[in-house]
Write a protein that binds this ligand. Structure first.
Ligand code: 7TS
Length: 423
C-alpha cells in the first residue's frame, strides 16, 4: 500500500481483488457481535474503514497537524500539501477537468444544499420548475421543496415504474423550457436502480437546464466519470467509500462554480475584506469558509487510493456477482418481495426486501442477534418506500469485503427468524 498522505498516487487496478486479503485490512471485521462473527451488510448507510484510512488519520494528527493555507512553517506547508493532494486524487478519481472543481463539504447532504442555496437561489425564479425523481433520498428532495416554495417554482417528479426503473417516456414533457435544474440520483439507495444519467443530461441541456447527480451510492461502487456523464454538479460522501465521516464532495463545472455566490462566509473564502465590503477568493476556496476538515480530507485521499488500487471495474464486478447471488438466494426463500429491478444486471448492490409476515424491524433485531447488520426503515426515502404500501423495508447492501458466505448467513438468518416467529 502506498503512503497516501505524501506524494505517491497508485495506478488503477494494480492490486489483485482478493476478498480475504481485503477483509484483513478492516479491523472491525474481527469483531464479534452478540457472540457471532460480524456480517456487515449496511454499507449503503456507511462503509467500514480499512487500516490504511485509519492510519492516514492518526498519522496526520501524530505527525502533521497544523492549519492549512496560512502558515509558513513546515507543518502548515505539509498539512496544506496533503489537503490539496487529496483534492487532486478525488478530481482524478471522478475524471474532473481540474482539481479546483472539487469542493470539500461535510457530506452529500451539504453538497446538495450548497447547490440549492447558491446556484438555484440565483437561477430559479417564479414559474420555473425543478425536476427530480421519485426515488430520491430526502437530501435530494427537501432542499428542492424548500427552494420551490421560496421561489414560487414547481417541483416535478420523474416517476419510478413498477419494475423499479425510471420512467423516461414522458421526459420531454416533464423537462421543458421552464426547467432550470434536474437533480437525480445515480443509484437509488432503496431500489438499487441505476438511472440513465447521460439521457437526463442530454434533455436537461437541450432546454438549457443543468443536471445535478446525487452520486452518494455510485461513486463508492463504480467508475464514475463526470465528463462522460456530462453532469454539471455531482455530490458524494467519503464515509460511504471507505473514508471518514464528516467529509463529502461537491464537484461542479468550473464556469458554473465560478459564477455562483458563496454559501458560507468567513476565513479562507475571501480575497479582500474592508470594514465596508468583501470580495471572494478563487475556486475552490470560495466555498470553503473557515478551517476545513483537513484530517478527513487526507484520509479520503487514502480511501481513494485504496479503491484505485483495487480498480473500480473490479469493485463493480465483485458487487454485481454478490448482488446476483443474493437476489437468487433471498428470492428462493419464497416469502420475500425484493423491491426494484428484478434483473441484477440493472441494479447496484443494495437489496431492499419485504417479508410476507415478519416486520422489517423484527427481522433486523433478530438478525443482529446473529451478528448480521442490515438496515430497516424508510431509508430516508419515505415517499418512495410508502409508494410500495409499506412504511419500512429491510435492506442488505454490499461492499468490497462482503462474501457469498455472508449472503448465506443472511439467508439462513432470515430462515431462522421465520422459524422463531412461526413457533
Ligand atoms: N443521497 C443518497 C442516494 C444516499 O443514499 C444518501 C445516504 C444521501 C444522499 C445522504 O448522504 P449523507 O452522507 O449526506 O448522509 N443514504 C443513507 C442510507 O441509505 N442509509 O443511511 C444513509
Amino acid at each position: 500500500m502506498s503512503d497516501s498522505s505524501r506524494g505517491s498516487e497508485p495506478d488503477s487496478g494494480t492490486r489483485k481483488f482478493d476478498v480475504d486479503a481485503i477483509r484483513a485490512d478492516f479491523p472491525i471485521l474481527q469483531r464479534k457481535i452478540n457472540g457471532q462473527d460480524l456480517v456487515y451488510l449496511d454499507n449503503a448507510a456507511t462503509s467500514q474503514k480499512p487500516a490504511q484510512v485509519i492510519k492516514a488519520l492518526t498519522n496526520y494528527y501524530e505527525q502533521t497537524n497544523a492549519n492549512v493555507h496560512r502558515g509558513v512553517h513546515t507543518l502548515s506547508i505539509e498539512a496544506t500539501d496533503g489537503y490539496e493532494l487529496a483534492r487532486t486524487k478525488v478530481a482524478k478519481f471522478i475524471n474532473a477537468r481540474r482539481p479546483e472543481e472539487v469542493i470539500w463539504t461535510r457530506n452529500t447532504s451539504e453538497s446538495l444544499n450548497l447547490v440549492a442555496a447558491t446556484w438555484a437561489e440565483t437561477n430559479v425564479g417564479d414559474g420555473d420548475n425543478i425536476v427530480i425523481t421519485a426515488m430520491e433520498h430526502h437530501s435530494n428532495i427537501v432542499p428542492w421543496q424548500q427552494l420551490a416554495a421560496r421561489k414560487g417554482a414547481e417541483l416535478r417528479y420523474l416517476a419510478a415504474g413498477d419494475d423499479g426503473s425510471l420512467v423516461v417516456s414522458n421526459l420531454n414533457s416533464i423537462i421543458d423550457s421552464r426547467t432550470k435544474i434536474v437533480a437525480a440520483t445515480h443509484m437509488s439507495n432503496v431500489l438499487g436502480t441505476i438511472n440513465p444519467i447521460a439521457l437526463l443530461a442530454d434533455r436537461a441541456h437541450e432546454v438549457g437546464a443543468v443536471l445535478l447527480v446525487d452520486a452518494a451510492q455510485s461513486v463508492p461502487h463504480m467508475q464514475v466519470d463526470v465528463q462522460a456523464l456530462d453532469a454539471d454538479f455531482l455530490c458524494f460522501s467519503a464515509h460511504k467509500m471507505l473514508g471518514p465521516t464528516g467529509i463529502g464532495v461537491l464537484w461542479g463545472k468550473y464556469d458554473l462554480l465560478e459564477a455562483m455566490p458563496p454559501y458560507m462566509f468567513g476565513g479562507d473564502m475571501i480575497f479582500e475584506v474592508t470594514y465596508e465590503d468583501a470580495s471572494w477568493n478563487d475556486l475552490p476556496y470560495k466555498f470553503e469558509a473557515g478551517t476545513p476538515n483537513i484530517a478527513d480530507a487526507i484520509a479520503t485521499g487514502a480511501a481513494v487510493d485504496y479503491l484505485t488500487e483495487l480498480g473500480m471495474d473490479n469493485v463493480w464486478q465483485h458487487e454485481q456477482e454478490l448482488t446476483a447471488y443474493a437476489m437468487e438466494q433471498v428470492l428462493s426463500l419464497g416469502h420475500v418481495k425484493v423491491l426494484g429491478p428484478q434483473n441484477p444486471a440493472l441494479r447496484g448492490g443494495v437489496i431492499s426486501f419485504i417479508h410476507d409476515t415478519i416486520h422489517p424491524h423484527d427481522l433486523g433485531t433478530a438478525l443482529d442477534q446473529q451478528g448480521i447488520a442490515i438496515r430497516t426503515g424508510h431509508h430516508c426515502a419515505m415517499p418512495l418506500v410508502r409508494s410500495f404500501d409499506v412504511v419500512a423495508a429491510a435492506r442488505a447492501s454490499f461492499y468490497i469485503y462482503n462474501t457469498k458466505s455472508e449472503v448465506d448467513a443472511l439467508v439462513n438468518g432470515i430462515r431462522e427468524t421465520e422459524g422463531y416467529f412461526s413457533r
